[in-house]
Design a protein around this ligand. Structure first.
Ligand code: KIV
Ligand code: NA
Length: 270
């Protein structure tokens, strides 16, 4: 199974609609990537790694070194999915040149084939600069978590006409600039539908609409690792419960001196 390429992902949207929606999940570790790889078209090394793995309050504290370390791990653990690595806050906004330096480092040091960055019209020049230089860019519009302080929270976007128009304009701008796909996060459904119907590039929804050309979720959210998740998350598992129950069994056996038993103990003659 050869790894999916950007042109192959791009080509899945023919005549305005993907025949079969694209499947994307986040991955942060080699083992997680290995388990998710065969089920996905794309793996996103999201800067959500900050909250999910490091317990940070937002994505704003995530560093480039963190993204590169996790991106390289996910590449080592996967061989089928297209791996997309998020550019973290503060490493691409200053100029197209800064974005190129960051993105080229990410690609060289992880081996990934695409990067993702947040923003619409404001980052169109940067997306064009990268795209023309051989760096495939996935854009990210709507609720952009790196802008949480400017947006004032993580609420859904696009309820006012002004916001609606802005997000549609952002989608058009990133397509025009050469993005190969765009994530639409936390937008009211009519915006997601309009983007999916009018853009020629795949629109990957999260908190958006089933009408999108694909879906992405934070893996740990959908696995049920957290009690509290955004409304748009569906918990497909209860990994928190499984891990807690498993740890409880181990703790009880250690305290009862029933672990380790003979099976897990070395003797001089066996
Ligand atoms: O960082 C992330 O996990 C993301 C997805 C939620 C789209 O950007
Ligand atoms: Na992200």
């Amino acid at each position: 199974m050869r790894r999916l390429t950007v042109p192959k992902i791009r080509a899945r949207k023919i005549a305005g609609r993907t025949s079969e929606p694209l499947v994307m999940l986040t991955a942060y570790t080699a083992r997680q990537a290995r388990l998710l790889d065969e089920h996905c078209d794309m793996l996103l090394v999201g800067d959500s790694v900050g909250q999910v793995i490091y317990g940070l309050p937002s994505t704003l504290q995530v560093t480039l070194d963190m993204m590169i370390a996790h991106g390289a791990a996910v590449m080592r653990g996967s061989f089928h999915s297209l791996v997309v690595v998020d550019l973290p806050f503060g490493t691409y906004e200053a100029s197209p040149q800064q974005a190129f330096e960051t993105a080229s480092r990410v690609m060289a040091e992880t081996g990934c084939a695409a990067v993702k960055l947040e923003g619409g019209e404001d980052v169109a020049e940067t997306i064009a600069f990268l795209s023309r230089r051989g760096i495939p860019v996935m854009a990210h519009v709507g609720l952009t978590p790196q802008a949480v302080n400017a947006l004032g929270g993580y609420g859904a976007r696009g309820r006012s006409q002004e916001e609606h128009d802005k997000i549609i304009a952002d989608g058009r701008a990133v397509e025009q600039a050469g993005a190969f796909a765009v994530v639409a996060e936390g937008v009211v459904e009519p915006i997601a539908v309009a983007l999916a119907q009018t853009l020629q590039i795949p629109v990957i929804g999260i908190g958006a609409s089933a009408e999108c050309d694909g879906q992405v979720l934070v893996t740990d959210d959908m696995l049920g690792m957290f009690e509290r998740v955004p409304r748009f998350v569906k918990k497909y598992g209860d990994l928190a419960g499984t891990i807690s129950n498993t740890a409880a069994k181990y703790a009880a056996e250690v305290r009862a001196r029933t672990f380790p038993s003979a099976d897990q103990t070395y003797q001089p003659k066996d």
